[in-house]
Design a protein around this ligand. Structure first.
Ligand code: ADP
Ligand code: 5GP
Length: 246
């Protein structure tokens, strides 16, 4: 494709949608691929805006018809990216951003190794739990079972971080948005020779610091908090019920 394909993955509640929304306000020329899903709309979500909501039957028909670039089952529901999104991006020449889970990202990398992949981490398990709970409260549906399910999946998803080219820790929102913007601009610069105006050296520096190979030290405490790397023998779940937590 003429444009660049960006993949962004993160455990649910890490702030990926928030980051993508902010990025789209700052950077033009990036289109967001609206996925298909069989899950029910949440809060103020509208069909055709956040997702194309559909039934399992219709989704399975689309799988059979080869309409998806990738698809996966996440939290008991199907999610998939329509090939049409990629075709449209190719025709128009814009960059395309896919917000997909680790399984879908692996499928896309297989067929399109040139894709730029970004993994977003929450700073700690406690922060992730608070964000998930706050989001549920804001949407007026606190479903403890669903919350627990998403939390217990988080560490498993984070284990895949090494497959991504860039890593963002979404602690302070403004900083994470600036890092995401820097990644997009620097990839345009390296791949298309697109000018980044006067801020160029700073942008390249910020993006470079987010490359997987440059994040080792910063990631260590985050990974340990999630029970990954150097802490594999720990017995307690990172999301244990601490009464002071929320
Ligand atoms: P995701 O798309 O990864 O599931 P959301 O973007 O819906 O996550 O974010 C989950 C919740 O966390 C939302 O209520 C959002 O407002 C909040 N949030 C996101 N990023 C931050 C941040 N950096 N600091 C504080 N709250 C955040
Ligand atoms: P949510 O239900 O919170 O919107 O999304 C749950 C998970 O599904 C997130 O990890 C999100 O990235 C992932 N997801 C959303 N759309 C797609 C898609 O088209 N394909 C795949 N594989 N995962 C998706």
């Amino acid at each position: 494709m003429a444009g660049i394909l960006f993949i962004i993955s993160a455990p649910s509640g890490s702030g990926k949608s928030t980051l993508v929304t902010e990025l789209r306000k700052q950077v033009t020329g990036v289109e967001f691929s609206i996925s298909w899903t069989t899950r029910a709309p949440r809060g103020s979500e509208e069909n055709g805006r956040e997702y194309h909501f559909t039934t399992r039957e219709e989704f399975e028909r689309k799988i059979q018809a080869g309409e998806f670039l990738e698809h996966a089952e996440v939290f008991g529901n199907y999610y998939g990216t329509a090939r049409q999104s990629l075709d449209d991006a190719r025709k128009q020449g814009y960059d395309l951003l896919l917000d997909i889970d680790v399984q879908g990202a692996a499928q896309v990398r297989e067929s399109m190794p040139e894709a730029v992949s970004i993994f977003v981490l929450p700073p700690t398990p406690k922060v992730l739990r608070t964000r998930l709970r706050n989001r549920s409260r804001a949407e007026g549906v606190v479903n403890e079972a669903e919350l627990y399910r998403r939390l217990s999946e988080a560490s498993k998803e984070i284990e895949n971080y090494r497959q991504y080219g860039y890593i963002l820790v979404n602690d302070i929102l403004d900083r994470a948005v600036a890092q995401l913007e820097a990644i997009v601009l620097s990839e345009r610069y390296y791949r298309n020779g697109e000018a980044i105006a006067v801020r160029s050296s700073r942008v390249l520096e910020v993006a470079g610091a987010c490359r997987l190979e440059n994040t080792r030290e910063r990631l260590k405490p985050v990974l340990e908090a999630f029970g990954i790397e150097g802490n594999s023998g720990q017995q307690h779940l990172p999301f244990g019920d601490d009464p002071d937590d929320d």
